[in-house]
Design a protein around this ligand. Sequence first.
Ligand code: NDP
Length: 268
Amino acid sequence: MDRYVVIGNPVAHSLSPEIHARFAAATGEAMAYDRLLVERGDFARAAHAFFGGGGRGANVTLPFKEDAFAFSQSRTARAEQAGAVNTLAAKEGSILGDNTDGAGLVRDLTANLGLALAGRRILLLGAGGAARGVVAPLLALSPAVLVIANRTEERARELARRFADLGPVQPAGLDAPGEAFDLVLNATSTSTRGEPLALRPAVFAPGATAYDMAYGKSALAFLETARAAGARPCDGLGMLVEQAAESFLLWRGRKPETASVIAALRAA
Ligand code: NDP
C-alpha cells in the first residue's frame, strides 16, 4: 500500500491522518497515512529515510517547511514563490516540493466563508512558514493593502520585499499597524503554544473577520479577543482540510470533496 506521513514537531495533535483517511475512503484510493515525529535538525535524514524506504508523499508542518523546501529536488511555482514547502511527493525518481497552504486558505476564505476580499484591507500576523505560503495567493485577490506584521520586524520586511511586485504589501511590527482591517489573520504560532498575543481592539474594522490558522481549542484565545472587539471569529480547520485536499490531488490525481470532511471534524 502507498505510504504517506505528516512530519512535524510536535505532530501528535495533527488531524492530517484522519483527514486523509476520510479522503481515501471517499475516493477509494488505497493508501496508509501516519504521523512522523522528527527532532529539530534531523529533518533531512528522516525525510531521506522515509522516501528511501518507498514512501510516496509527506505533509510537512511546523517547524520544518523551510527544511522541506531545501530537501525537495524540484518545486512547483507556488512553492518556489513562497520559499516554503508543506507537501512532498515522490515523482519519477525525484522529490517534488509544493506549497498548498495558500490555495487552502484562499478556498476556505472565499468558497467556505464567502468573503470577497477585493479592495479590502488585510492584516497578516506572523512571517513564518505559514505566512510565506499565503502572501502571494492573498495578493492575487486584489486587496487594497496587505500588511504583514511580525514580532521580528525584519522578517516582515523581508517578506514584503519578496512579494512587492505582486501587489500592495507593507511590513510592520506587531504593535505598529495603526489602522483598522477587514480581515485579520493570525499566522503566528502563539495559539499552538497558548502564548498571549496582544492586539489593539481598534485593529478590527466594523464587520471584520478574524481568522486564526490554528484550530479548535488552540484558536480560542485569539478568537475570543476578536469576538470581544466585534469581529467574526473563524478558526483554521477549513484551511487545514482544503490544503490537505490540494496535497491529495498532487499525490493521487483526484480532488476529494471537502465540505463533509470539515463538517464531520467540526462535529467531533
Ligand atoms: P513558524 O514557526 O514558521 O512561525 C512562527 C511565527 O509566529 C513567526 O512569525 C514568529 O515570529 C511568530 N511568533 C512566535 N512566537 C510569538 C510570540 N510569542 N509573539 C508573537 N509572535 C510570535 O510557524 P508556522 O508559520 O508554520 O505556523 C504558524 C501557525 O499557523 C501555527 O499555529 C500553525 O499551526 C498554523 N498553520 C495552520 C495551517 C492550517 O492548515 N490551518 C497550515 C499552516 C500553519 P518571529 O519571526 O518573531 O519568531
